[in-house]
Structure formats: C-alpha cells, structure tokens
Design a protein around this ligand. Sequence first.
Ligand code: MF3
Ligand code: CO
Length: 257
Amino acid sequence: MAITIKSAREIELMKEAGRILEIVHEELGKALHPGMSTKDIDRLGEEVIRSYGCTPSFLNYNGYPASICVSVNEEVVHGIPDKRRILKEGDIVSLDAGVIFKGYHSDAARTHGIGRISKEAEELIKVTRECFFEGIKFAKEGNHLFDISAAIDSHATKHGYGVVRDLCGHGIGTSLHESPQIPNYKVDRRGVKLKAGMTLAIEPMINIGTWEVNWLEDEWTVVSRDHSLSAHYENTVLITDGEPVLLTLTDNTSYTL
Ligand code: MF3
Ligand code: CO
C-alpha cells in the first residue's frame, strides 16, 4: 500500500483526534495510583475517549478486548486490562491508546512510574522518551524514513538497552495501521523519502536487557524475554517541510527533555 498524503482537511481532523488523545493520556496519568487495577485504567480511558465523541480504536481490533493497552514492568506492549492486576508502588506502567474522531485515528503511548520507582526504571523511561525525540529530529520532508529508525536505535544502544524488533511504528490515518512500517532499529537502507502530509506513529519500545520478547498465552501480552523492565513512548506525528508537528503532544509544558 502506498503511503497516504493527508489533505488540509484531513490534517485538521487528525489534529483534533490527536488533541483528544493527549487529554486522555493526561487524565490517565493523573489518575494512576497504587491499589488501582489495570481494568480501572481501561474503564477510565474508555469513558474519557467516549466523552469527546470518539471511539476507542483498539477495542475489538483483531479481537483485542479493551480500549487501553496496559503493560506493567516486563510487559512491553498489548497488556490486557484485568481487575485482578493491581498496581503497586515501584511498578512502571505503559499505557497505549488510540482514538477515532470522524474517521481519523490518533495513536500514542506513555510510560509512568507508580509512586517512587527505582533509578534504573526512571532512567529507562527517560531514555525511551528521548529515543522518540532523537528519532523525530529526522522526521522532515526530504529525509529518509530509516534515518528516524537509526537515530532511535543509536540512542537506546548508547545506554546499553535492547531495542524491541518484533513490533514497529507505522503510518496512520483512516486506518490505525497504514504504510510504512517504522522499525526502531537500524536497517541497512535509508527507506522511503518523507513528504509533507504524511502522518506517522513513531513508537520506540525499549528494554533494559535483551531486545528479545515472548508472547504470553493470552496471545496479546508481549514481555521481555529476560523479564527486564520495558518502556514505550509514542506520538502521532505530521511530516511538514519544516519541524514535525506532534499531533498527540501539543502541550509543550508536559514534557522536558
Ligand atoms: N498501539 C498499538 C500500535 O501502536 C496497536 C495496538 S493494537 C491492539 O500500533 F489491538 F492491541 F490494541
Ligand atoms: Co502505534
């Protein structure tokens, strides 16, 4: 499938989808506390998404049974919310969510610490976020797609972390997953040339230990093979002929690099 170039009208709708998802993440981030179940997070997320007239795009996607992917500690992505899974101080939790607004998707993920977390966990979350920002330095018309991949890889590798290879970022628009696939690891080619109007979900998934993963028996939850902690950070990004526009992160006070 060819990579879609969004029109001005489509970009407006994607901005709206992105802004709503940003608010969903802000609400979820504020609500997290020890003693809460991963199902509580899903319920709140779905409620906020629907309160903006959006649909949760993950719900029933290939049979996925929830609105928010909640992945704790060694879980990389696609953790299934469960009322018996209770968050405790020191856990780290990756929240991945998508919304559909008037037919247009946005997709974003954040990793949070619950209460006080270890220095190692803190550092992993910080570096995973930095990987995204290193990557998007290349997210500009005229550059090549895999320049983004290489930048993410080199930042993670510099810290001795494992870059998950089994899952990638992706184009996004009227579908959650569009062309192209965006690896978070270095590949031997430069990839397609980026053009203004492309919208990409860029999403490093980084493990403290090995990059290798396993799938649990629920057929969804991806875990690091050595059970080391894993973090995930994702935004939906609009390519322009200048700086990239972060559709799911418009509030620049909500992050520091
Ligand atoms: N958030 C994932 C992605 O970024 C997709 C999750 S699909 C689901 O591509 F089915 F697990 F929800
Ligand atoms: Co995604």
